[in-house]
Structures are given as structure tokens and as C-alpha cells.
Design a protein around this ligand. Structure first.
Ligand code: ASP
Length: 333
């Protein structure tokens, strides 16, 4: 396999769909996306580009099998390019960024997802800037899977979609941007070097469900459903530090039944910050029932990591060790 020895960086642009390349009312994927480099010719000044259409979907239709396909596309081309840009709809971009972070562990090259709030064909589009910025950071040499959007490069595994109306669609609560792209491109100091060996594990098992805890949580009903289902993992978005109702609806009892039925249960918080299941009895109930604390994981990181864990590790002990490990920074610093 050839590594790039010429002065100009080589960047592979993988199109997967999203608003950036859509047209019409309602907005739908359009063949326009095939002409990305003609529509935004300035990106050719930054790198030698190759564009491939991997699929062309509203990102609401992108899921585990697409993540596997996309990861395989990057893996097979990893020696031929210095960086990768993934054009993606914003709705599930953070899930795909997390999935690629787990699937292409320690790839050591930039994998940069971007998209737009307004189509490239629209006058006030943000697509042009986001694309240019994404190609720019894809030439940085950083070993990061990131989301580049509205002048920020965010660590993909810490990022969530937080706004549908503003051009600033993403944030990474508790994780500083990797770079700010203003007049100058300013990278945060101390980017950790990638020293570990590359691990390609592209499989994800979709038998995972996320549950958002709310007052009146139907513990009994859900316990029966879970016991009869083929589900393998649950992500429980709890209150605050990881508390849940334990009187009236008893979420602790629900988790105990789920764990008893062979499911792994990962607890994240609906707030920003880090789960601590020891501070309150209403958190301890989850720990005593066999749940695993998910640190600062976003819901996107927790769901994709659980799907990855279920696909990789048939033994409960190995799965739980993987869920507890800070694989690529998803638990927080
Ligand atoms: N529904 C679109 C998508 O996620 C929204 C977007 O791209 O901004 O594909």
C-alpha cells in the first residue's frame, strides 16, 4: 500500500447524504451531491480530493449497518489518504461520529464529519464554509474523529446535536473544541498523540434501547417487555448524578430484572457532567441492581458503545470491562 509522499495532502470525501446535498420541498437527497467539488471548487486548493458517494440518505435513516459500511470504506482506503471527510446529515451525525470512533480505534488520521443546516443550493447556506473547514482540518494530521461545524472542530465522541435553528448545531459539553476556525485555524494545545496500535472493529449489534427516565416511569410494564424481548443492552438516561425514582415506580427493581434477564445496563445523565452512583440512595439502587456508570457519556456515545460492546464480546465479563473502560475519551477526562 502506498503512503502519500507528495507535498499536497490527499483527502477522501465520503458523501452519505443530509441537508447539505438536498433540494426541494420537502427537502430530499438530490443528485447535486455528486458535484460537490464543482459546487465548492475552493476545496480543491486545500488538498487532492477524491469524492465517493457511499449512500445518499436523510441521516434519520442511517444506522448500525451504514456505520459498518462507512468504517470499512475508510479502513480500505486508510493507506491512500491523509485524511477523510464524511458529509452527513446533522440529525444523526453525532451517532456516526461515535460509531467511527469505536470502529476505527487509533486510526491515527483525521476523520472529519460535516454537513449543513441549509442546503448547498441555498443562498444563505452554511455548507460552503463547513466543507472548506472540514477539508482544512482533514489535512491536519491529527488522529481525531471529529465534527467540524460552524467554525468549531469538536471531538466526535463527546459531541451532541443541540440546536436545529442556529448554524451552531453541535456542542461538546465538558470537552473543549479541538480547534476553532476563525480568521486563523487555532488548534487546542496538547492533542494526545496516537501511540496505540490501530484496531478495526466495525460491527454493531442493534439490539440496544435507550430509555429516558421521567416521573411515572412504567417500571413494571417495561420489565415485562424487556424480559420477553431479545434486547441485549439498555442505556438509561437518569436524572442528575444518576438518580431514578425508587418509590412508586421502582426503576432499581426494573434494572434488577433487566440485568437478571441478561441485559447490560449503562447509566448516563440527562444533565451535563459525570454520573456518580454512590452519592444518593436513588443512585445506589441502580449500582446495587447491577447497572454500570457511564461517566460523562452522551447518549450518542453510550448507545453506540453498547452496540459495539454487544457485537464484539459474547462474554458478559468482557462486555462490562469494555463498557467501563475509557476507550477513546468518551467517559470524559
Ligand atoms: N434531516 C437532515 C439529516 O439529518 C437534517 C440535516 O442534515 O441537517 O439528514
Amino acid at each position: 500500500m502506498k503512503e502519500n509522499s507528495s507535498a499536497r495532502p490527499r483527502v477522501l470525501v465520503l458523501h452519505t447524504g443530509g441537508t447539505l446535498g438536498m433540494r426541494g420541498k420537502p427537502l430530499k437527497p438530490d443528485a447535486f451531491s455528486t458535484a460537490l467539488t464543482e459546487a465548492v471548487p475552493e476545496i480543491n486548493e486545500l488538498a487532492d480530493l477524491e469524492v465517493r458517494i457511499v449512500f445518499n440518505l436523510d441521516s434519520s435513516d442511517i444506522g448500525p449497518t451504514h456505520w459498518t459500511q462507512l468504517a470499512a470504506e475508510i479502513d480500505k482506503s486508510r493507506h491512500d489518504f491523509d485524511g477523510f471527510v464524511v458529509v452527513h446529515g446533522t440529525d444523526t451525525m453525532a451517532y456516526t461520529a461515535c460509531a467511527l470512533s469505536f470502529a476505527l480505534l487509533h486510526l491515527g488520521k483525521p476523520v472529519i464529519l460535516t454537513g449543513a443546516q441549509r442546503p448547498l443550493a441555498s443562498v444563505r447556506t452554511d455548507a460552503r464554509r463547513n466543507l472548506v473547514d472540514a477539508v482544512e482540518v482533514a489535512t491536519s494530521g491529527l488522529g481525531v474523529v471529529g465534527i467540524c461545524f460552524d467554525g468549531l472542530l469538536l471531538r466526535g465522541v463527546r459531541t451532541t446535536k443541540s440546536n436545529v435553528n442556529d448554524y451552531r448545531a453541535f456542542e461538546s459539553p465538558g470537552a473543549e473544541p479541538v480547534a476553532r476556525l476563525g480568521v486563523d485555524v487555532v488548534y487546542a494545545p496538547h492533542q494526545p498523540p496516537v501511540s496505540s496500535a490501530y484496531v478495526f472493529r466495525p460491527e454493531f449489534d442493534p439490539r440496544v434501547m435507550a430509555l429516558h427516565v421521567a416521573p411515572g416511569f412504567p417500571s413494571e410494564l417495561l420489565a415485562e417487555l424487556v424480559e420477553e424481548s431479545d434486547l441485549k443492552g439498555l442505556v438509561l438516561a437518569a436524572y442528575g448524578l444518576g438518580t431514578v425514582p425508587t418509590a412508586g415506580p421502582d426503576v432499581g427493581a426494573f434494572v434488577e430484572r433487566a440485568v437478571g434477564a441478561g441485559l447490560d445496563v449503562l447509566v448516563i445523565t440527562q444533565s451535563a457532567g459525570k454520573v456518580d452512583l454512590s452519592r444518593y440512595p436513588n443512585g445506589r439502587a441502580l449500582k446495587e441492581a447491577g447497572a454500570i456508570a457511564g461517566g460523562e457519556m452522551t447518549i450518542e456515545a453510550a448507545v453506540t458503545k453498547m452496540m459495539h460492546a454487544v457485537a464484539q464480546f459474547p462474554q458478559a465479563r468482557d462486555r462490562q470491562a469494555y463498557l467501563l473502560a475509557n476507550v477513546c475519551g468518551e467517559l470524559g477526562d
